[in-house]
Design a protein around this ligand. Structure first.
Ligand code: 0X9
Ligand code: CA
Ligand code: CA
Ligand code: ZN
Length: 420
């Protein structure tokens, strides 16, 4: 792949250009659409957090550089912190949406087909509606699927971020794996019989559709909910969860930001309804979901909470609980070759689903950042030819989570203390 030629554009930009942009709200939407920037001289989590706190989304981390998606205004703010910022013109191999990726309507067809072909073990339901009114769907996979049995429940969520299309493919892969190998693979048969598995395959359909709908990919991250008094659209769903929302510089209060946290916790309907779904799994005072994975791209990482603090052990996370996350995350990572770490080792985030699932619901949970490992493997938009390989790559890792879902604390030998 050819190297891009970075252009240093920030210093010469006159202050007047920024002022003009701010004074022209009608044009601001196009004048200040997010773009990709390379920021150099960045090597620690603290430095990455400082950069993220400007409202940029950090897409890619290497030893002393990060790639961010940000508005020009935010890029100037990073420049103002003393980092070197250059506009990054990707040597994209793919400009046009790749029709090998599953659209919302194709997803609906694929789910209909799996459910029709496996009526005993697969069912779907509508748990809510997106801002634009699309049905939000959940797939349940278990034996006696029409009955709420007393079996450990596991949650998989996909595509909070619109442009992370490979995560939708991961949902399709999982539902086809678990139904397709049921009855022939004894391990999968036992897991489907012994668990209730919930797949929420596209939690941000408005954003995903918007990202795919143009003549080129739009690099869209947020949902498509308008913001009162602003021409900027969208909330970052993964900063809108109701646990230490906006606490720690890990999200932005500015509507123009890629990491805009919304006007209040759960102000995004897509977040409120996933949260309601999760709360609905509390039966007899006990959360039935024991473990979860939230799928993202990219960087090939397995991350665990908390993201809002650098501390491992803190209020709401004791040593055994941290060690359980670390041990299970590391065990899964040995299967797929991803790098396991606490979420804040990357940079501080607040209002994420990870922190809420653990902090509010006590569900042992992980973020997978899928393929590729870096921008050079295609970033958010690898060719669809990688889908089969990169979803199947997670087969063993996901099965390991399903195995331990009876009692995640078993992985540190503490099942008696925590699952007695
Ligand atoms: O920033 C994010 O939301 C995730 N990275 S992404 O490039 N897909 O946007 C990372 C979230 C990890 N946070 C926690 N696990 N708390
Ligand atoms: Ca069952
Ligand atoms: Ca149940
Ligand atoms: Zn993401």
């Amino acid at each position: 792949m050819r190297s891009p030629t970075p252009r240093r554009i920030l210093a010469p930009l006159a202050a007047g250009a920024l002022v003009l942009g701010l004074l022209s709200p009608a044009s601001a939407d196009t004048a200040d659409d997010p773009a990709l920037y390379e920021v150099s001289g960045v090597s620690t989590a603290q430095e990455r957090t400082e950069i993220a706190s400007t409202g940029a989304a950090i897409d890619d981390v290497s030893a002393d550089t990060v790639l961010v998606t940000a508005t020009a205004e935010t890029a100037r703010a990073i420049d103002g912190l003393g980092y070197e910022v250059t506009e990054f013109n990707p040597p994209t191999t793919q400009f046009a949406p790749d029709d090998g990726y599953t659209t919302y309507s194709e997803l609906r067809d694929a789910v209909d087909q799996v459910v029709a072909q496996n009526p005993g073990i697969a069912a779907q339901s509508v748990y809510g509606y997106s801002y634009q009114g699309r049905e939000l769907i959940a797939i349940k996979i278990s034996d006696n699927v029409g009955t709420d049995e007393d079996e450990p429940e596991v949650l998989f969520t996909h595509s909070q971020h619109a442009r992370e299309h490979l995560t939708v493919e991961m949902a399709v892969y999982l539902m086809e794996l678990l139904t397709g190998e049921y009855g022939s693979d004894t391990r999968i048969t036992d897991l489907v019989d012994g668990r209730e598995i919930w797949i929420l395959p596209m939690v941000n359909p408005d954003g995903a559709e918007y990202d795919m709908a143009g003549s080129s990919w739009r690099y869209w991250r947020k949902n498509r909910q308008p913001n009162a008094g602003s021409s900027y659209v969208g909330t970052d769903l993964n900063r809108n969860w109701d646990y230490n929302w906006g606490c720690c510089g890990g999200s932005s209060g500015s509507t123009s930001s890629e990491t805009y946290r919304g006007s209040a916790p759960e102000s995004a309907p897509e977040v409120a309804q996933v949260a309601d779904f999760v709360r609905s799994r509390v039966v007899g005072g006990e959360q039935q979901i024991t473990s979860a994975i939230d799928f993202h791209t990219y960087s090939e990482l397995i991350l665990w909470p908390f993201g809002y603090t650098y501390s491992e052990v803190t209020n709401g996370m004791n040593r055994d609980e941290y060690d359980t996350h670390a041990a299970l995350g590391t065990y899964m990572a040995r299967a797929n070759g991803y790098t396991p770490q606490q979420s804040s080792d990357l940079y501080v985030t607040d209002g994420t689903i990870n922190d809420w699932l653990w902090g509010d619901q006590r569900i042992v949970n992980f973020t997978y950042e899928m393929y590729p490992s870096s921008f050079w493997g295609g970033g958010f938009y690898p060719p669809s030819s990688v889908i089969d390989r990169e979803t199947a790559r997670n087969r063993e890792a996901v099965l390991r989570l399903l195995d331990y879902a009876d009692c995640p604390y078993r992985i540190i030998g503490e099942e008696d203390a925590y699952c007695g």
